[in-house]
Design a protein around this ligand. Structure first.
Ligand code: ADP
Ligand code: AMP
Length: 215
């Protein structure tokens, strides 16, 4: 299965992607995770990306397109993949289409999660992320069983620098201006399933699984 999870920051893409990874044993390709890893490692990619990320802006298209183009050619993507946080612009969507066509492949489905703006702010301000495996939690909506550390790997939980309210609001307006047009783009391509992301985590997962079967 070759799937895109589309939606604003905080819609639940990463949460749902990790559940789908377990079910289907295909990789999650989250450009935000890859970029944060590069920032952490202090690579030239990380140095290039950090300013944009801290400002809540998008990293330039050519940078993220290059990352995804290389990643899609790795062996573990041959059985399918889940793109999370990519594409975020029409240029990225066009480049993805060209890359997949070059590999003789095409997308199966694009799942778009819709969530109210105020709920997004609440989700993102309460988000905690594992330093070890990247799993996301929420202080109220999805707390770790142990209270403090990651249920999956025992890693330390931290709050992302860009999950501060002022940056969150900037990221949401960047989404509206640059990423939301992709909903119409993929609707027109006949690939879109629009789901209500306001429901609980397991209910959203069920809806995604139904949408994948319907596709
Ligand atoms: P995204 O990857 O789309 O930015 P996340 O999956 O990281 O979003 O989710 C953002 C925050 O909202 C996390 O703290 C997560 O635990 C929480 N969350 C995810 N899905 C739901 C949901 N359906 N209901 C309530 N909270 C959720
Ligand atoms: P995310 O983890 O998806 O919330 O992404 C965190 C940040 O990484 C974003 O605010 C952007 O600065 C950057 N980023 C992630 N994916 C992309 C992308 N596809 N295009 C441009 N910037 C991205």
């Amino acid at each position: 299965m070759k799937l895109i999870l589309l939606g604003p920051p905080g819609a639940g893409k990463g949460t749902q992607a990790k559940m789908l990874v377990e079910r289907f044993a295909i990789p999650q390709i989250a450009t935000g995770d890859i970029l944060r890893g590069a920032v952490q490692a202090g690579t030239s990619l990380g140095l290039q990306a950090k300013g944009f990320m801290d400002a809540g802006a998008l990293v330039p298209d050519e940078v993220v397109i290059g990352i995804v183009r290389e990643r899609l050619q790795e062996g573990d993507c041959q059985g399918g993949f889940i793109l999370d946080g990519f594409p975020r612009t029409v240029a990225q969507a066009d480049a993805l289409q060209a890359t997949l066509a070059g590999l003789g492949r095409q997308l199966d489905r694009v799942v778009s999660l819709t969530v109210d703006a105020e709920a997004l702010v609440q989700r993102l301000t309460g988000r905690r992320t594992c330093r070890g495996c990247g799993r996301g939690y929420h202080v109220t909506f999805d707390p770790p069983r142990s209270g403090e550390s990651c249920d999956a790997c025992g890693g330390e939980l931290y709050q992302r620098d860009d999950d501060q309210e002022a940056t969150i609001r900037r990221r949401l307006s960047v989404y509206a201006a640059q990423t939301e047009p992709l909903i119409a783009y993929y609707r027109q391509a006949g690939l879109l399933a629009e789901l209500d992301g306001m429901q609980s985590i397991p209910v959203v997962q069920e809806q995604i699984l139904s949408a994948l079967q319907a596709g």
